[in-house]
Design a protein around this ligand. Structure first.
Ligand code: GSH
Length: 221
């Protein structure tokens, strides 16, 4: 399998963690923001990564979007499962996956990118890294005000996680797509000192889930 990705994207991390959890071997093709459109548009209508090319018999040629990738992997290799057995808990796991994707993933991106052009410039002052961050801010309309609204959303989501993650899982009594998605999408916050100091338990849990998913933690963790 081939995963088309941005190496630093948390949505791509989510797809890698699912592949790693299921111990499916894959290769990655790293794309560059904006230039990626040549590649993604030639394969599908998608403007975003991750995109998975299964390259296996009886499989779709292209699977776009991290949620669809997990759905595909779940049918391609059901064990170990990321979905839950019973209908109600499974529906709740998918609802949380969607909430994390649509609300928390975008909020984490806003807060992270705003941090990187302000107090966090030291993280990687190279022109290429700052140029990528500027492209992302422009692409998603990120500014101080939108980052503040995003930070409030993140506070609410982390409070929810606090209720479940300190001694268990988000849904039911085992690891699921909901836990994986939260861990992948909140990962970028680890570089921001206020989050690191306020929520040490959150990053401990994210690190544990990375281990479970055979995915290395980001550099400078
Ligand atoms: N809902 C999508 C979101 C993916 C997404 O937002 N990917 C970003 C990278 S973090 C992207 O490819 N952005 C490129 C663009 O918008 O031009 C998923 O879960 O795969």
């Amino acid at each position: 399998m081939l995963l088309l990705q941005f190496s630093t994207s948390h949505y791509c991390r989510k797809a890698r963690m699912a592949l790693g959890y299921k111990q499916i071997s894959y290769q990655v093709e790293n794309l560059t923001p904006l230039l990626h459109l040549w590649r993604t548009k030639s394969l599908s209508n998608s403007e975003t990564v991750p995109i998975l090319l299964p390259r296996q018999k009886n499989c779709p040629a292209v699977v776009t979007d991290s949620t669809e990738i997990i759905k595909f992997l779940e049918s391609y290799q059901p064990d170990p499962p990321l979905y839950l057995d019973d209908a109600l808990p499974q529906a709740e796991a998918l609802r949380l996956e969607d909430y994390f994707d649509e609300s928390i993933g975008t909020a984490a991106r806003s807060v992270y990118c705003q941090f990187r052009v302000t107090e966090g410039k030291y993280i990687d002052p190279s022109w290429i890294s700052l140029a990528v961050i500027r492209i992302i801010r422009w692409r998603y309309g990120i500014n101080a005000q939108s980052a503040e609204i995003a930070a409030t959303k993140l506070g609410d989501a982390i409070a929810l996680l606090g209720e479940f993650w300190q001694d268990g899982y988000l849904v039911g009594d085992r690891f699921s797509v909901a836990d994986l998605t939260a861990a992948a999408l909140l990962c970028p916050l680890r570089v921001i000192p206020t989050y690191r100091l306020k929520y040490p338990w959150l990053f401990e849990r994210i690190a544990e889930i990375h281990q479970l998913c055979n995915e290395p933690l980001p550099q400078n963790w």
